[in-house]
Write a protein that binds this ligand. Structure first.
Ligand code: PGA
Length: 227
């Protein structure tokens, strides 16, 4: 499918997730938060309400979350509102990194991530692996970049976004059998090109994904990559 619009991008990513669930009904999914996946979640929610998608055995793992925020502002709540509550997912199959000291062991114990969907930050972050993050990083707490806090300001009204977060690490993400990175809008073009056409560098954490055999990058600005 040739992608030119945000709606087409959303449909393509939603289709990949739906196919993954159809092929492996008890798969583990890594799921992002942010503006970019909202259209994808809308479609997945609609298909689920129509009974076309069965989440009863699917396990979902949030990529990351803020620390020290009211529950309403957490990514866990975001995922519940945009996706989980519209599906038949079992509450016991919903996981987030704040719930345990060893998220990586939890993921591994559930069979490992079959597919992880990612956005990309304007600074090249994936999940909250900010510039400077080591390749050999598993789930960890981190300080958020000023640029990330600025980009996410809109959800916080008059108050400032938190400084700290917990995130799957680079190795956690790379351990996923398939990775689908989605990016929308011209504002993401330069960083996507730097990440996938430039050198692998810890200053652009998304560039670490170049090493992954099951990577797909989908955008609505003419860049795509499939392994
Ligand atoms: P966005 O965030 O989808 O809101 O642009 C992406 C990210 O920071 O990973």
């Amino acid at each position: 499918m040739h992608i030119e619009t945000y709606d087409q991008l959303s449909e393509q990513v939603a289709t990949l997730v739906a196919q993954q669930i159809a092929t492996e009904p008890d798969c583990c999914l890594g799921l992002p938060t942010g503006q970019t996946p909202i259209g994808t979640y809308k479609l997945l929610s609609t298909w689920s309400r129509e009974g076309r998608l069965n989440w009863s055995k699917v396990r979902c793992f949030a990529l990351d979350d803020y620390l020290d925020v009211p529950p309403a502002l957490s990514f866990h709540t975001f995922l519940s509102e945009h996706l989980y509550q519209h599906t038949n997912i079992d509450a016991g199959n919903i996981f987030h990194p704040g719930m345990t000291d060893n998220y990586d062991a939890l993921i591994e114990g559930q069979g490992g991530l079959a597919m992880t969907v990612l956005g990309i930050g304007g600074n090249g972050h994936i999940a909250f692996n900010e510039p400077g993050t080591q390749f050999l990083s598993w789930t960890h707490c981190t300080w958020l970049d000023d640029s990330t806090r600025k980009a996410n300001q809109a959800s916080f009204g008059a108050s400032r976004p938190p400084q700290k977060a917990v995130t799957m690490g680079v190795k956690t993400i790379l351990s996923s059998r398939r990775i689908v990175l989605m990016a929308s809008g011209e504002k993401k073009k330069a960083i996507v090109e730097a990440a996938f056409r430039g050198p692998v560098s810890r200053q652009v954490p998304a560039s670490y994904l170049q090493e992954h055999e099951g990577l797909e990058v989908l955008t609505d600005f003419g860049f795509s990559l499939t392994r």
